[in-house]
Design a protein around this ligand. Structure first.
Ligand SMILES: Cc1cc2nc3c(=O)[nH]c(=O)nc-3n(C[C@H](O)[C@H](O)[C@H](O)COP(=O)(O)OP(=O)(O)OC[C@H]3O[C@@H](n4cnc5c(N)ncnc54)[C@H](O)[C@@H]3O)c2cc1C
Length: 508
């Protein structure tokens, strides 16, 4: 019988996760052989596509759900600090690749866009002020500004101010040092680096249909989407970076660690505006608070996007429901993922999340006029003709076993790995692409412990002079690393809007 082809590593999916892991592995061990297998005919065709996500470089600067308020009024900033330092780790990797050369201009994928939080009413203002006072004491947020002054807000977010009731109480915070990231462009740059390196292949229109154990590794079955023919490839390590479709592949692996996981798909939609007269009046990502009962990934925001050198505005997301695990997936994805091992947790989640169900039903039933009303909370003078509805990417939220409740719905990401370190899968979506590098470093520590402590340690230290915990506690080092990253990525602070001579505000 003919021998299967054999590589060290197979990575399923050509999104930001697989692309990052593959390039990291090649930096750490140039001799490693690997194959990225992608079902679509290009990279970043699902959630990592710039129009399928919001492109926020999540650094905890504006997302109010990263600083939850307890019933006693206290605010916990731990999550905001953690995500901020994770993003700084991502930036270290991108800065390293930019300095090394052959990666092209960082401006192709990352641009400075101020991050703002905006609230209404006395309760919202009290929360924002308290949050600001806590965050400001931490070195990662020392540049944060706070205002209740409408003339200052007119400078910060001019599009959002006209048409508001004169007596409306509002407040905002701003950090100029926020970013918009085109994760699609970044993914494709990483894939190009791989394509240029020896013993690394990126194969499109090839779908992984099955995998099974072989010795200490795996045999992966790969189907050619066009011809229908299949081939088997042996690998010592497999990464399931298939986005929403990682769950069924993890189930197919049969590893005990996969048992009990289920998925709950939530789709999304945006309102998008490309009208230059409107776009030029907004240069910010403005996040506010989610409606009661809304899941955390539904916090509304009005965003400047920079894609292929052009600016647009996005508002949303509006949640939706479908049973597909990928935008290009099948309606059978959800039903086929039900197993004896996860039906209990899935039913428990259905029972305990009636608020979410009601929220999703109300979102799905919304008319365009109702969607515009949500936008007008941010931009009171918004006109229907300037905005069009677009479908965002698919997020599959994690359902997992819980000893007390039977099952819980989790809104973060979860790395699931086999005990012997031969396979890992990434489930969930948020905060997602921004923290990819930290997630992949965790994967390396779990699945390649000897190499990360031994042969790869020096290179890891060269690429990542400071990791999350150190960045969170060492202010001087944080400022030094952050400034070095800014320099390598060509990022200064975002420039605020200026008055043009004709009196209209223009972005610069
Ligand atoms: C609406 C929305 C807004 C978001 N906003 C942000 C944001 O502002 N900031 C942020 O950091 N993150 C954001 N995210 C999250 C971010 O987009 C994701 O975390 C990230 O893109 C996931 O990357 P991935 O590589 O895991 O998956 P994907 O990019 O989805 O890639 C998975 C790939 O696997 C392929 N694939 C699937 N099954 C197979 C198979 N069997 N064989 C071969 N290939 C397969 C798919 O075709 C796809 O190309 C958002 C997500 C959504 C949906």
């Amino acid at each position: 019988m003919a021998q299967n082809e054999s590589v060290d590593v197979v990575l399923v999916g050509a999104g930001i996760m697989s692309a990052t892991l593959a390039v990291l592995l090649k930096e750490l061990d140039p001799a490693i052989t690997l194959e990225v297998v992608e079902a679509m005919d290009s990279g970043a065709a699902e959630s990592s596509n710039p129009w399928n996500n919001a492109g926020t470089g999540h650094a905890g600067l504006c997302e109010l759900n990263y600083t939850p308020q307890a019933a006693d009024g206290s605010i916990d900033i731990k999550k905001a600090v953690h995500i901020n330092t994770q993003f700084e780790v991502s930036r270290q990797f991108w800065a390293y690749l930019s300095r090394k050369g052959g990666f092209g201009p960082a401006r192709d994928f990352i641009n400075a866009v101020p991050h703002l939080s905006y609230v209404e009413g006395d309760k919202g203002i009290a929360f924002l002020k308290k949050r600001f006072e806590l965050l400001k004491q931490h070195h990662a947020f020392s540049h944060m500004e706070y205002t209740e002054d409408k003339s200052v807000m007119q400078q910060w977010m001019p599009l959002m101010m006209p048409g508001r009731p004169a007596d409306q109480h509002i407040a905002a915070t701003r950090v100029l040092k926020g970013t918009d990231v085109n994760f699609g462009a970044l993914t494709n740059k990483l894939l190009k680096l791989l394509g240029d390196s020896p013993a690394a292949q990126v194969k499109y229109s090839k779908k992984v249909t099955n995998l099974h154990r072989k010795g200490n590794g795996w045999t992966v079955t790969i189907k050619d989407v066009n011809s229908g023919s299949s081939r088997d490839v042996d690998a010592r390590f497999v990464f399931l970076g298939a986005g929403g479709a990682a769950l069924p592949l993890l189930q197919a692996s049969g590893i005990p660690e996969s048992k009990g996981f289920g998925g709950f798909p939530v789709s999304g939609q945006w309102l998008r505006c490309d009208n230059p007269a409107i776009v030029s009046q907004h240069q910010a990502k403005v996040y506010s608070q989610a409606a009661v009962g809304a899941p955390p990934m539904s916090v509304p925001h009005l965003d400047t996007r920079v894609v292929d050198g052009k600016k647009s505005l996005l508002f949303g997301p509006y949640a939706g429901f479908t049973t597909k695990f990928l935008k290009h997936g099948s309606l059978m994805d959800l039903p086929l993922s039900v197993r004896m091992g996860n039906i209990g947790p899935m039913l428990a989640v259905a029972r305990d999340n009636m608020d979410l169900t009601k929220y999703l039903v109300s979102e799905v039933m919304q008319s365009m006029e109702q969607r515009l009303d949500s936008l007008r909370r941010f931009y009171p003078e918004a006109k229907a003709e300037d905005w069009r509805l677009e479908v965002a990417g698919q997020r599959v939220q994690i359902i997992k076993k819980d000893p007390k409740k039977g099952g819980i719905l989790q809104f973060g990401t979860e790395l699931v790995s086999a005990a012997d370190g031969s396979l890992a899968a990434l489930l969930g979506a948020s905060p997602g692409a921004s923290v990819t590098v930290s997630i992949m470093l965790e994967l390396l520590e779990r699945c390649f412990p000897e190499q990360t402590r031994g042969a790869w340690a020096a290179k890891l230290e060269e690429i990542f002079p400071a990791r999350e915990k150190t960045l969170a506690t060492d202010a001087a080092l944080y400022q030094q690393i952050s400034a070095a990253n800014d320099a390598a990525l060509g990022l200064g602070e975002a420039e605020p809007l200026q008055h043009a001579e004709d009196g209209q505000r223009q972005s610069v």
